[in-house]
Design a protein around this ligand. Sequence first.
Ligand code: ADP
Ligand code: ADP
Length: 235
Amino acid sequence: TETVLRAENVSVYYGDFLALKGIYIDIPKNNVTAFIGPSGCGKSTLLRCYNRLNDLIPIFRLEGLISYHDCNLYGKEIDPVQVRRRIGMVFQRPNPFPKTIYDNIAFGAKINGYKGDMDELVERSLRQAALWDEVKDKLQQSGLAISGGQQQRLCIARAVALQPDVVLMDEPCSALDPISTLKVEELIHELKKQYTIVIVTHNMQQASRVADYTAFFNVIPTDEGNRQGYLVEYN
Ligand code: ADP
Ligand code: ADP
C-alpha cells in the first residue's frame, strides 16, 4: 500500500532534552496505525510532528525527515496551516468550541474558505461521525451540552468536515466511558475506508481492536538522568 507519511531517522529535542531518537516509520494509506507504549515515550510528540503542531512549542527541534506524499513536511515552502487542513487532529479531551453543534462544524469550515452549502456540510460531517441521528434535532444547542462521548464524535466530525487526508487521534477514548469508547472504535473502522488514521493509545486491547499496524515505543533512562523514547517494533 501507498505510504502517506514517512519518518526517516527522526529525532526530536525539547531544548537539550532528546525526547525521541532515530525513528523510522511509514504510515500506510487507508489503514489504522496505532502508537502504543508507556507514558513519556514520545507517542504524542511524533503524532504532533505530522501536523506540525509542535511548531507552537519554541524549544521544539526536529532532526531527520518527515515526508508527506514524498514532500518534505518541514520544507521552506510548506505552510503549516495548509498541513493542518490536510492532516486533522482529535485530542484526548473532547474540546468542542463553546458554540452551537452546528457552528462547531460551520465555523472551522468558514475559516478555511468553504463556500459550499453549509447545511449539507454539517449533515454530512455529523453523519460521518455517526452522530447525526442523535443531534439532528438540537443543532442549535451548545456543543458542550452533549455527553462526553458525543462531544468526542463532534470533534471527529469537525476534524473530517473538509475531507482531510489523514486523521490523527491522541488517546481519543481515554476520557470516555466504555460504551462511548466502543462507538468511537466502530467509527474508526468506518473512517479508515476514506482516511488514513494514526491513533495514540495506552491500551493494548484497543490497539488490537482498531489497528492494522502497531508501532511499539519504549523509553530508556539516559546517563544524564533523562528518559529517551525509541521505536521497538513495527508490524
Ligand atoms: P507520550 O505521548 O508517549 O506520553 P510525549 O510525547 O507526551 O510522550 O512526551 C515525550 C517526552 O517529551 C516526555 O518526557 C515529556 O515530558 C517531554 N515533553 C513533551 N512535551 C514537551 C514540551 N512541550 N516541553 C518539554 N518537554 C516535553
Ligand atoms: P497527554 O495527556 O497527551 O499525554 P501530557 O499530559 O503529557 O499530554 O502533556 C500535556 C501538554 O503538556 C502537552 O502539550 C505537552 O506537550 C506538554 N508537556 C508534556 N511534558 C512536558 C514537559 N516536560 N515540559 C513542558 N511541557 C510538557
